[in-house]
Design a protein. Structure first.
Length: 235
């Protein structure tokens, strides 16, 4: 099924970043798969909320949860440079800490995703969409009608604006039974991406990780632009 675009017309930003743990970085390097998570697995409990939900005295949270279970999402950070804030956001444990970032040019990743067919029955897919999140003041606005967007998975509360999020979204006709699924975009050795390492890591950990990744992906690893600022010994 063809991918359609949303909120992309005026984007001039060049890159998409995916901040990952070491385990998930290796999984991508081994498989070339992008993980699409079911929307109810995210920390934002109001994913896929509709304006009509918010206009009720109390939203129907069961209906919102059911809607999220029909929505599969791969989230990326849209930026020209890496975000220091994004490196350690959402890490619950040291094992889950985001130690690497996969960086694609946006147009490249759009093309690779669009060229792949999801391993799902086409009759189950309602639509495929990629584009930029629209951030709206939903908590205090008295004019919610003005906050409507075409696709509910592409609107978030303005408090999340720092994420500068870009998404690939698969909307289904029925609830998806798993937590998500892997979407192959190609052979990692052939894909044009770079790997950045978290500059907030201690220098010893930073260099050890750089060496470990360099053994199998020497052409992919690139120093963070922030590394020299945070690690003067690299000058």
């Amino acid at each position: 099924m063809k991918w359609i675009t949303y909120h992309t017309k005026d984007i001039e930003t060049k890159y998409l970043f995916k901040f990952l743990s070491y385990e998930h970085t290796n999984k991508f390097l081994e498989s070339g798969n992008l993980w699409f998570s079911r929307a109810d697995r995210f920390g934002d409990k109001m994913e896929c909320v509709l304006i009509t939900d918010l206009q009720k005295e109390r939203p129907d949270f069961k209906e919102i949860e059911n809607r999220k279970k029909k929505t599969l999402i791969s989230c990326w950070h849209l930026a020209d440079e890496e975000s220091l804030a994004m490196w350690d956001a959402y890490s619950k444990t040291m094992d889950e800490r985001r130690v690497c970032a996969i960086r694609f040019e946006r147009n490249d990743l759009n093309r690779f995703v669009a060229a792949t067919q999801a391993s799902l029955p086409q009759t189950e897919i309602k639509r495929n969409i990629y584009g930029k999140i629209a951030y709206r003041d939903l908590l205090t606005s008295k004019k919610l009608e003005e906050k409507k967007v075409k696709f509910n998975a592409f609107r978030k509360e303005a408090a999340f604006k720092y994420e500068s999020e870009y998404r690939f979204v698969i909307q289904l006709n029925n609830e998806f039974s798993g937590n998500g699924f892997n979407y192959p975009i190609g052979d990692p050795a052939e894909l044009p991406f770079k790997i950045l390492i978290n500059p907030l890591l201690p220098s010893e950990s930073y260099n050890r990780l750089k060496e470990a990744l360099g053994s199998g992906a020497s052409s992919k690893v690139q120093d963070s632009k922030l590394a020299k600022w945070l690690k003067p010994e690299l000058w």
